[in-house]
Write a protein that binds this ligand. Sequence first.
Ligand SMILES: CSCCC(=O)C(=O)COP(=O)(O)O
Ligand SMILES: [Mg+2]
Length: 234
Amino acid sequence: MPDTAPPAVVLLDIEGTIAPISFVHEVLFPYARTRLGGFLARHADEPDIVAALAELDQITPGAPPLETLLALMDRDAKLAPLKHIQGRIWAQGFAAGALTSDFYPDVLPTLQAWHAAGTTIAIYSSGSEQAQRLLFRHSIAGDRESLISAFFDTRIGPKREAASYAAIARSLAVPPGAVLFLSDVEAELTAAAAAGLAVCQLVRPADGTIAGTTHPHAAELTSVARQFGLSQPE
Ligand SMILES: CSCCC(=O)C(=O)COP(=O)(O)O
Ligand SMILES: [Mg+2]
């Protein structure tokens, strides 16, 4: 057992941490990409889409929105307006039953055990808050959104900047040291550690993640639970 108290809050990344990279890149991203043109044709006059396109226009002034969004998708840009539009398209896919979220097998049972033990669980992903909620609502085990107390996206700040993690701890009203952040990306963990969070890298064999040398690592959430004194699923 670890000699420090278990974290009060576990903050989790999505892609590569709780959901396979292949699901995000081979299912979600293509789903949004192929429907983007039709979506814009039907929804470009809705207030949230007008706002997202206006934000994009500040990045690439005067460029056609469809071309800009496709180019941003091609380089996997983690920009809030792109993420908002992807989230809106995925919402239609989930509602139609064309999409079901894919979590690693250890994820939902372990989150359930942590939640039952009173650990606060929060998400921090580049995906929009709406998209994050959809993922939990449409799990293969049914609606699991209630496991999660807070959802953070890049509106709170970039994932590779320490200030974002300090802002998340403030928003959760806990000291940074009470939060354990889990991600597959070393640069995100380094930023979180600089803000005073405890961190652990998820090194998922299925994703081919390479363990860094700086932070503790684990192949599954059950191993995270062992290392940090959190509950185990039954
Ligand atoms: C429904 S969540 C989609 C995740 C996403 O859009 C993405 O870019 C992955 O980013 P993460 O910060 O979770 O690695
Ligand atoms: Mg990730």
